[in-house]
Write a protein that binds this ligand. Structure first.
Ligand SMILES: [Zn+2]
Length: 192
């Protein structure tokens, strides 16, 4: 079933026009693209969860903000879509994320162990809605996803997409490298 979306609105970023649509039933998600004439694919896709600290404050501890920036830049030349969702801390919310970071800092736990300590799984997010949103945009079946997260890839495959991984090419700080190493170790992320 197709998800109903707002009419596209235009925003200009770094001198380039992008288009935004929001599902009528769920304002915690937004779709961002440059051109909805995607051709036959493969189309570049990123399912991105909000990260206040890196996106708004520029924190060095994780690479979310950098990934988002470089993906939006990439959309200037490659057909693709960003699904942005307001899901802090892999879906546990901002309050619990702060608690988890507090535990990490006080007890030296890694992210996954801090989540466990608070009674959460390593990743509380559900990517089925994001996959349905992509389908609602008439996205070609062949997609390349900028992610190492197997949960995202599986959700897209369930929605009938043929998923390939796109290479994330970025300069990372030592803190980000450490975090990525932890993600690949604890979450089964495919490190590249
Ligand atoms: Zn982050």
């Amino acid at each position: 079933m197709s998800i109903e979306l707002t009419e596209p609105i235009r925003i200009t970023r770094k001198g380039f026009d992008y288009w935004i649509r929001v599902p009528l039933s769920d304002e915690s998600h937004a779709i961002v693209y440059k051109d909805d004439n995607f051709g036959d694919g493969p189309v570049l896709v990123r399912i991105h969860s909000s990260c206040l600290f890196s996106e708004a404050i520029g924190a060095d501890d994780c690479d979310c903000g950098h990934q988002l920036e470089s993906f939006l830049d990439e959309l200037k030349t490659s057909p693709g879509l960003l699904i942005y969702s307001f899901e802090e801390g892999r879906g546990i919310g901002l309050l619990k994320k702060c608690e988890a970071i507090g535990l990490q800092q006080a007890q030296g736990l890694n992210t996954s162990d801090a989540f466990k300590e608070l009674g959460f799984s390593k990743d509380e997010r559900d990517f089925d809605f994001a996959a349905k949103l992509l389908a609602s945009m008439n996205t070609p079946k062949d997609i390349r996803i900028e992610s190492n997260n197997p949960l995202k890839i599986e959700a897209l495959q369930r929605e009938g997409f043929n998923v390939k991984q796109a290479h994330l090419d970025m300069n990372r700080t030592p803190e980000q490298e450490k975090y990525l190493h932890e993600k690949s170790k604890c979450l089964g992320h495919i490190k590249n």
